[in-house]
Design a protein around this ligand. Structure first.
Ligand SMILES: *[C@@H]1O[C@H](CO)[C@@H](O)[C@H](O)[C@H]1NC(C)=O
Ligand SMILES: *[C@@H]1O[C@H](CO)[C@@H](O)[C@H](O)[C@H]1NC(C)=O
Ligand SMILES: *[C@@H]1O[C@H](CO)[C@@H](O)[C@H](O)[C@H]1NC(C)=O
Ligand SMILES: *[C@@H]1O[C@H](CO)[C@@H](O)[C@H](O)[C@H]1NC(C)=O
Ligand SMILES: *[C@@H]1O[C@H](CO)[C@@H](O)[C@H](O)[C@H]1NC(C)=O
Ligand SMILES: *[C@@H]1O[C@H](CO)[C@@H](O)[C@H](O)[C@H]1NC(C)=O
Ligand SMILES: *[C@@H]1O[C@H](CO)[C@@H](O)[C@H](O)[C@H]1NC(C)=O
Length: 395
């Protein structure tokens, strides 16, 4: 038996694999699985010879070839008033940088902040939020005003989860510049717009993110969002002043449906493409049904705890759509609340299709995926050894 004990050990996961594959054709997501999907944008890799000179002017061929994002809207959603000024962005990338261009229509360009890492949103600003892995932890925030003053920071978690901003996180090799079509801080001369150009080094963007690579590869999708803060100003004694007692406007690319940018799970998707410009057909983030179900259970647990003071592992006690509780779009969520520590929870959601990654979310909003065992290289190798046509689904 010495010889064959090993062999059984070797072969049993393989048999399990075949079992999984047999179920592949019999399950498919039901039609009421059209969960709301955030905005998406495809960034095209720069071609040989294409360069972006970060001088604030969005005038390179590399920019004119690619589409603008949709116009930004109010942070609370499309049913709120349309912003007073148009805002749009564009993105490209190369092996070192993510390039971002922003266009901001504006009649009164002003700026006061001059120190790096000061609170730029006290001025009108352009902001970028990036979460490469979509885990909602260790995401990055960037703000800049019309006179090229910047603030780059890292959030270990969203503020709602007790996160603290870390302004010591820096992008030492980032490049930034702005262009203003006229003077800044001069109420006598009206402007029409200002633009910003930013190059963010990938290697800094993935800081603190486990399992992320820099640069991304063709087809990877990261979470990103943009925001523009716009104050109401008036002219007093020849200079701009904020109109007192009016809160700032927040205009965003992908609406948060809340005045809070710090909900990374609601940000848009940025698809990295190495194909020729405009040749990529966008495909949804493949794990979206699982990801969305996780965030819904998370929100329902938080709402439940706000009333009851503890988390529950009984799904029926949570306010969730039936598509989630009946496992129509992903398997029925499993909630784990430790018996003697009901202020903690973990949710696990498995995909309907075996072989796709299994998702988790914990009470601090952290989202992570575990590769299904079926996809392990080990199994792929056995499959090739036996050369079964079924196994082609694995490679
Ligand atoms: C790509 O699409 C955008 C938006 O439709 C368009 O403005 C641009 O000219 C296109 N670029 C190429 C190279 O076709
Ligand atoms: C803030 O970020 C810097 C740079 O990444 C790091 O060295 C430092 O430990 C961080 N501080 C905290 C409190 O995490
Ligand atoms: C803008 O700021 C960047 C740092 O982000 C600096 O390298 C660059 O020289 C500045 N440009 C101008 C025109 O001040
Ligand atoms: C800019 O700073 C000046 C000097 O502190 C102040 O008087 C002015 O109100 C500020 N402008 C705005 C629009 O806040
Ligand atoms: C971020 O993206 C989400 C999802 O698309 C969107 O609802 C939200 O408004 C966006 N926020 C910003 C500031 O872009
Ligand atoms: C949630 O999962 C993490 C990682 O597997 C684990 O460390 C933690 O103990 C779990 N918490 C609960 C409440 O199950
Ligand atoms: C594996 O099977 C395929 C058909 O299923 C066949 O075309 C191929 O030649 C086989 N390869 C080997 C190495 O036997």
């Amino acid at each position: 038996m010495v010889c064959c004990w090993n062999l059984i050990f070797f072969i049993s996961p393989f048999i399990t694999t075949l079992g999984y594959l047999g179920t592949l054709s019999s399950v498919s997501a039901s039609s009421d699985c059209n969960f709301p999907y955030p905005k998406h944008y495809t960034a095209y890799h720069l071609n040989a010879g294409e360069i972006i000179n970060v001088d604030g002017k969005v005038d390179e061929d590399a920019w004119s070839k690619v589409a603008w994002t949709d116009e930004f809207m109010d942070i609370q959603g499309p049913s709120f008033p349309k912003p007073r000024f148009t805002t749009r962005a564009k993105m490209r990338w190369d092996e070192n940088y993510l390039y971002i261009a922003a266009f901001m229509e504006e009649t009164d360009v002003w700026a006061n902040q001059t120190k790096h890492d000061s609170v730029i949103f006290y001025d009108n600003d352009f902001e970028v939020f990036i979460d490469p892995s979509g885990s909602t932890h260790f995401y990055k925030e960037f703000e800049m005003n019309a006179i090229n003053t910047t603030w780059d920071l890292e959030l270990n978690k969203p503020y709602l989860n007790g996160g603290t901003p870390n302004s010591s996180w820096e992008m030492p090799t980032m490049k930034t510049a702005t262009f203003v079509d006229g003077p800044v801080n001069d109420p006598l001369v009206k402007n029409t717009y200002w633009t910003a150009e930013i190059a963010m080094p990938f290697k800094d963007l993935i800081h603190g993110k486990t399992g992320m690579r820099a640069p991304p590869k063709n087809g990877d999708q990261w979470r990103i969002n943009f925001s523009r803060v716009e104050w109401h100003v008036r002219v007093v004694n020849g200079h701009y002043e904020k109109v007192p007692n009016i809160r700032e406007d927040n205009w965003v690319w992908s609406s948060q449906n809340a005045i809070n940018m710090h909900l990374p799970e609601r940000w848009g998707f940025l698809l990295f493409s190495k194909e020729a410009v405009n040749q990529t057909t966008y495909t949804k983030y493949p794990d979206w049904n699982v990801y969305y179900a996780l965030t819904q259970v998370y929100n329902a647990e938080k709402a439940f705890a706000a009333v009851n003071g503890y988390f529950t592992d009984v799904l029926d006690q949570l306010n969730l759509p039936s598509s989630i509780t009946q496992g129509k779009c992903a398997k029925i969520p499993k909630v784990d609340v430790p018996k003697f520590q009901t202020s903690k929870f973990n949710v696990t959601v498995s995909p309907l299709v075996s072989g796709a990654p299994i998702g988790h979310i914990s009470d601090d909003r952290l989202i992570w995926f575990e590769e299904s065992k079926i996809k392990s290289l080990f199994l792929v190798k056995i499959c090739r050894l036996f050369n079964l046509s079924l196994c082609q689904a694995l490679s």
